[in-house]
Design a protein around this ligand. Structure first.
Ligand code: ADP
Ligand code: MG
Length: 358
């Protein structure tokens, strides 16, 4: 992608729409400096700002990413050019490592899970008749538009929320049979969490944050030290172990949360929009970490995301809409890029439109 060209195009369109840099910044809820950095080609807008920026500049996403107007007659060709450039720059050119999945035990089993929220006047079916299994060592994504029931589903699996009916089994234990007391220790023993807010305690150093999770599990001190040092090196946070969470970057915090989640060797790692608050480079690092964990350590990961790029790191995707799983897609012998394109196609079928991409 030609950042300079994109910057000039943003500047020109901003002026054409009669906006100053500060007016544009204000409308987007960001600093003037950020706008000026884009326009000089020093940085690119954050992914989350693409759509509102296009609206304000009255251009399409393809035009933004190409840095020029696209006429109707070469729309298809130019759009494909943009798509492939974006995807390649994000995903690289790796090939799929096949995991032999035959006779792998299921870590998570859902059958006919239902969640209905009752309020005074209405009842909302947030999750309807959801059944699936996740095998050990797989990295599964749940995709769906906002409000489709992803968080509700994840919270029930996380034992934070209770299903209205249906069964959820983790490591062959039906979680509805556990008492409140048992649930707390079950969570500690079997589950790891990587959520959008990192949930690190600000009064403890990174090391102490991770050690806390292990102390709760009653691991001997020297064991804790070895385990943390080892994982910190793998996730590239060795230098920040003695710092406090507020002294390190968002990407580093998220990787710390990741070390904390996996240090206890949980059966299942749950991640809700874990890349939501990260810049694209940190997001990519986190996703690479998840892939590494599932391939090398056979960690089982369930990640909620609404973003097709993040999803293309997974082995399998479940597509949710209106509380139901409408489709599923498995990664075959293909690159991330190939999988990404199939994800977009499936999303289009499920939701009936991917206008913003093509
Ligand atoms: P997603 O994570 O996919 O955006 P959610 O699981 O948060 O979706 O929400 C699914 C549906 O359930 C939405 O219609 C939402 O309004 C509703 N919902 C979620 N939580 C509650 C709640 N605590 N009380 C009532 N309705 C809820
Ligand atoms: Mg959600």
């Amino acid at each position: 992608m030609d950042q300079k060209k994109i910057g000039c195009f943003i500047a020109a369109r901003r002026k054409d729409n009669g906006l100053t840099q500060s007016q544009l910044a204000e409308k987007l809820g960001i600093t003037d400096k950020a706008v000026s950095k884009w326009e000089t080609g020093k940085s690119m807008p954050d992914l989350s700002l693409f759509m509102p920026l296009c609206d304000l500049l009255q251009i399409t996403l393809n035009e933004l990413l190409l840095g020029e107007f696209i006429s109707d007659e070469n729309l298809k060709e130019k759009s494909n050019e943009v798509l492939f450039e974006v995807v390649t720059s994000w995903l690289g050119k790796d090939q799929w490592k096949n995991k032999t999945q035959s006779h792998v035990p299921a870590v998570l089993k859902l059958s006919h899970v239902e969640k209905i929220y009752e309020t005074d006047s209405t009842s909302t079916v947030a999750v309807h008749d959801v059944s699936f299994e996740i095998a050990k060592g797989s990295f599964v994504g749940i995709m769906g538009a906002s409000g489709s029931g992803k968080t509700t589903l994840l919270n029930m699996i996380a034992t934070i929320d209770k299903a209205t009916c249906g069964q959820i089994k983790i490591d062959d234990q039906d979680i509805s049979e556990l008492s409140e007391n048992d649930l707390a220790s079950f969570r500690r023993e079997h589950l790891g969490f990587v959520f959008q807010e990192y949930n690190l305690l600000d009064t403890l150093t990174v090391y102490e944050n991770i050690a806390l999770a292990l102390t709760i599990k009653r691991m001997p001190k020297d064991c804790i030290k070895r385990s943390i040092t080892d994982l910190a090196e793998k996730l590239d946070i060795s230098e920040v172990l003695s710092k406090f969470p507020y002294e390190i970057s968002g990407g580093q915090r998220q990787r710390c949360a990741c070390v904390r989640a996996i240090a206890t060797n949980p059966s299942l790692i749950l991640a809700d929009e874990p890349t939501g608050a990260l810049d694209s480079c940190s997001a990519k690092q986190l996703l690479d970490t998840f892939v590494m964990l599932s391939q090398k350590y056979r960690a089982t990961i369930l990640m909620v995301t609404h973003d097709a790029l993040s999803a293309s790191y997974c082995d399998k995707i479940l597509f949710m809409q209106d509380g139901e799983i409408k489709a599923s897609l498995e990664r075959e012998q293909e690159s991330k890029r190939g999988f990404f394109i199939r994800i977009l196609e499936t999303m289009a079928k499920v939701t009936g439109g991917i206008d913003h991409v093509y």
